[in-house]
Design a protein around this ligand. Structure first.
Ligand SMILES: Cc1cc2nc3c(=O)[nH]c(=O)nc-3n(C[C@H](O)[C@H](O)[C@H](O)COP(=O)(O)O)c2cc1C
Length: 215
């Protein structure tokens, strides 16, 4: 599988076969992911691969506690009224602690080059040294046949996650990936805006055309 096909068919998996994902598969994916760019080559990212049943169960409880109220405030509390996508998300949440792997992405705060702290808007630049690694990892796992679902819901309860996994104080948690072999295969068609709506040339709003050649 080439990189373009992996990117187009990666999707968010919300149900997994119970099969184990061996350490060697995770190792190969992390081996590729580590070449992601990050500010100043400071390499802030660490990954905790959670397999232990009791620890996953605790992460599952924490996920339900943080994610469910947010979800129900939008979708309501009656599963009978959920769309298929909402049902999948709800069931994913209910089983969070049972997914084969939970990968906790940590980053050393001092090793993030954060250039937008003084702007009058929420800071996002710190993440630019973390999420390229995460996407590399997801793509590399996809190539191995392993599906993932990225969530940031557990970042709200970072102190509890930190305590559970003995993550040192100087590391933050940036996201969590549920991972495993997908129960329903990989998607062939993901719904995204077309390039013409999102890519501009020279001036914001001036659309790129499919046929244009730019020098
Ligand atoms: C920052 C971020 C947070 C997300 N949090 C959740 C989450 O808490 N629960 C969940 O089921 N999916 C979560 N997702 C997955 C998105 O819902 C998913 O990427 C989006 O619906 C598109 O789905 P698709 O890639 O399968 O088309 C998250 C994705 C991102 C990038």
């Amino acid at each position: 599988m080439d990189a373009l096909e992996a990117m187009r068919t990666i999707g968010t998996a919300r149900s997994f076969r119970p099969d184990d994902v061996p350490d060697e598969v995770v190792h190969r994916a992390a081996e590729a992911a580590r070449f992601a760019p990050q500010g100043g080559n400071r390499q802030p990212v660490r990954l905790v691969v959670v397999r232990d049943r009791a620890k996953k169960a605790r992460l599952g409880e924490l996920y339900e506690r943080t994610w469910r109220p947010y979800f129900e405030s939008r979708a309501g509390a009656d599963p009978g009224r959920y769309s298929p996508a909402q049902r999948a998300m709800s069931e994913f949440a209910a089983r969070f602690g049972e997914h084969p792997l939970i990968l906790v992405v940590c980053a050393r705060y001092e090793d993030l080059l954060v250039t937008d702290l003084e702007l009058d808007r929420p800071s996002v630049v710190g993440g630019a040294s973390i999420y390229p690694y995460v996407q590399n990892l997801c793509i590399a796992l996809r190539v191995e046949g392993v599906a993932t679902a990225l969530t940031t819901a557990l970042c709200r309860v970072e102190p509890e996650v930190r305590e559970l996994l003995e993550i040192p104080d100087e590391y933050l948690t940036a996201c969590h990936l549920a991972a495993g072999y997908p129960a329903q295969g990989f998607p062939t068609k993901l719904r995204r805006r077309p390039v013409e709506e999102t890519v501009f040339v020279d001036t914001f709003g001036s659309n790129i055309s499919r046929s244009a050649r730019h020098t």
